[in-house]
Write a protein that binds this ligand. Sequence first.
Ligand code: PBG
Length: 323
Amino acid sequence: MNLPIRPRRNRKSAALRNLVRETELTAGHLIYPIFIHAGKDDQPIVSMPGCTRWSLDGLVKEAGEAHTLGIPAVVLFPAIADQLKTCDCEEAWNPDGLVPSAIKALKAAYPSLMVITDIALDPYNADGHDGLVADDGRILNDETVVALRKQALCHAKAGADVVAPSDMMDGRIAAIRESLDMEGFTEVSILSYAAKYASAYYGPFRGALDSAPRSGDKKTYQMDPANAREAEREAKLDEAEGADILMVKPATPYLDIIHRLRQITSLPIAAYHVSGEYLMIKSAAASGWIDERKIVLETLTGIRRAGADMILTYYANDAAGWL
Ligand code: PBG
């Protein structure tokens, strides 16, 4: 054939493929979400095989491994004892609570490991919702934002580097920024769950924390999976309110959203490869149906290629080891 243009020439050797590779995936792009509880034992999580609800000692060991592997940050998710769950969620800003203790333990052990905390009321809420629930079942926006301010401040005081509001209340980014700044925490960053969808992919996570809503669903605050323009609206608002990083969640079913936000903001973008995405790979791999390592690395590369600067994934330690 008379073919002067042959794209295959750029794939002819590993050396050339390395030179022309457009997307990089390294441990430095990964953030490791870790589950913790107040007990002394490390409990395997039934709904998420391969994941553990760590004691504080177990957390320090597990985070140490992540740190050694070159992972820059962890996010903490607490399983709160039933007797501490209330309708006003006061445990969420208890300075001696589980999350503040975990932050202090981690920062003492590894000052250079970034600690990110989730800001939302669901682990502490007798109703299992991210926001305060009125008698008639409505989720109260402005009252919740007051609570989230206290929670964010409590985590900042304990030493959190980044707070990550995942609640999807309106106006919470500006309110949290104001509270942090008023108390002198101008260096604490806000990683905003800007486009968080009402997704069935969170099911295994809610099992891990026993945090499923006791009634109703999260559709009045989390976004409709059918909407993309609305994600732009949320992202622009969070940017204007002072977010430092914008997040899209889940990741793989929403690669178009990651790509869209990449076009309209100069802020860094995070993507959350959530529990259901993790479990689908885990279970298929456990049956021997897929090559876990290759599928995970291809998936994470795809999320990066779509435009994510960083990825939260339960596969962080495994992937960092494989890379
Ligand atoms: C709660 C929260 C959820 C996740 C992170 N923070 C669940 C939810 O919104 O119901 C899900 C993470 C995952 O599925 O891995 N604020």
